[in-house]
Design a protein around this ligand. Structure first.
Ligand SMILES: [Zn+2]
Length: 66
């Protein structure tokens, strides 16, 4: 059985090698392929990292003003 990835649109065999497992997903797998999921996670991670850096910067600026 093949599934089309909802992100890149590529048709891949539906198995654990190509799709991450997800309990709430269709058939127990994520609708995005592993590669797209990885990109998404990386994006989310770097965004979060940026947010933390911004918070730190704001914190230090506040301290400086005192
Ligand atoms: Zn994909």
């Amino acid at each position: 059985m093949k599934r089309k990835c909802s992100k890149c649109g590529e048709k891949k065999e539906l198995n654990e090698d190509n799709f991450p497992k997800k309990n709430t997903g269709k058939g127990g797998f994520d609708s995005r392929c592993k590669e797209c999921k990885r990109c998404y996670d990386l994006e989310r991670y770097s965004k979060k990292k940026g947010e933390i850096l911004e918070q730190k910067k704001a914190y230090y600026q506040k301290r400086k003003l005192k």
